[in-house]
Write a protein that binds this ligand. Structure first.
Ligand code: UD1
Length: 335
């Protein structure tokens, strides 16, 4: 299949492009490089031996997107591109709504013009909001979120669902990710955000590399076994493979389908810190600080649906996630 991947130079996008190329598909990357580096394309080529087509464009730019679609017959789209910093979205809601919604609607319009009917969307567990009990199951009401970023995911799921109602021959798979961490085994691809990381594992990586002094664990008094928040961390390569499975499923299905991608198990921040120390044989300086606004005490996936309909389960261990994250952070710090 020829697959257009928006945000294909980003963290999850780049790992997915590698899996696509390794499985014999062609990938066309669309990325404006606003939160990714151009050398990711070279790194993908080093890993796979194939160079994906790359268009440096904003996918809200319809004319530019049409040129990308005209470059070859696109069979399916995987849509990662979007702003994703939760805290920033609270400060700049209009920017988030404008960017994330516009790009998705432009993409759908251009897909319609070119007769492309398979869409895999990068959604998030954040759509389950603060009121559902965990483990989260796809048939729970997913109509809440705690930030404008999260609301863009809820709204885009709605847009895609309505679009499918109007176009019953279209297929939209809404992949609800839990907490992706880890990096490609080559050490060439990983999560490398601009500035000081918001998410836990990139922050740990910078502390381990000596670029940040210590980790602050946000809250030690949650109603969890060790007082720190619990999340469902999954390896980014497992997540990337999940997209491939979704693509295979979409190839011969229509309709809208929400599917969780998680391991089905929660671990705490402290457990992850200790797993990182053990896997990489080092001590990580940390302190317990105040809670972060908007964090939920605990959630993880019910991962059954992905297994039943996609034949997908996560296979990497927490140790794999910690080892590969450090390998990538160490190499990145040396550059
Ligand atoms: C967040 C978003 C989620 C988004 C995901 C990836 C919310 C509620 N969720 O997930 O929608 O898809 O990021 O961008 O905003 N932690 C620390 N110290 C740190 C950083 C994090 O203790 O320096 C803790 C957090 O309190 C949390 C856990 O680590 O308990 C994971 O945090 P993070 O990696 O930011 O992911 P989420 O907040 O779960």
């Amino acid at each position: 299949m020829n697959v257009l991947v928006t945000g294909g130079a980003g963290y999850i996008g780049s790992h997915t492009v590698v899996e696509l190329l390794n499985a014999g598909h062609e990938a066309v990357i669309v990325d404006d490089l606003s939160n990714a580096k151009a050398d990711v394309i070279d790194r993908i080529e080093t890993i796979t031996g194939k160079r994906p087509a790359f268009h440096q464009i904003d996918c809200a730019d319809g004319a530019a997107l049409r040129r990308a679609f005209a470059s070859c017959k696109i069979d399916a789209v995987i849509h990662f591109a979007g702003f994703k910093a939760v805290g920033e979205s609270v400060r700049k809601p209009l920017q988030y709504y404008r960017n994330n919604l516009d790009s998705t609607m432009t993409l759908l319009e251009v897909m319609e013009e070119f007769g492309c009917k398979k869409f895999i969307f990068s959604s998030s567990a954040t759509v389950y909001g603060p009121n559902n009990p965990h483990p989260y199951k796809e048939d729970m009401p997913a109509i809440q979120s705690s930030s404008p970023y999260g609301w863009t995911k809820v709204m885009i799921e709605r847009i895609l669902t309505d679009y499918v109602t109007a176009h019953p021959d279209f297929c939209a798979i809404l992949l609800r990710y839990f907490n992706p961490i880890g990096a490609h085994e080559s050490g060439l691809l990983g999560d490398d955000p601009n500035g000081i990381p918001n998410n836990l594992m990139p922050y740990i990586g910078r502390v381990a590399a000596g670029q940040l002094e210590k980790l602050t664990i946000f809250g030690g008094d949650y109603p969890t076994p060790d007082g720190t928040c619990q999340r469902d961390y999954l390896h980014v390569v497992d997540l990337a493979v999940g997209h491939l499975k979704a693509l295979e499923y979409a190839a011969d299905h229509t309709g809208a389908e929400a599917i969780n991608l998680g391991t089905g198990h929660g671990i705490s921040v402290l457990e992850l810190v200790h797993a990182f120390e053990t896997a990489n044989q080092m001590k990580l300086p940390y302190v317990i600080g105040p809670r972060r606004d908007g964090d939920l005490p605990a959630f993880w996936a019910d991962a059954q649906k992905a297994e039943t309909i996609l034949g997908w389960t996560a296979t990497h261990s927490v140790e794999d996630m910690c080892r590969s994250s450090w390998e990538f952070a160490r190499k990145s710090a040396e550059q």
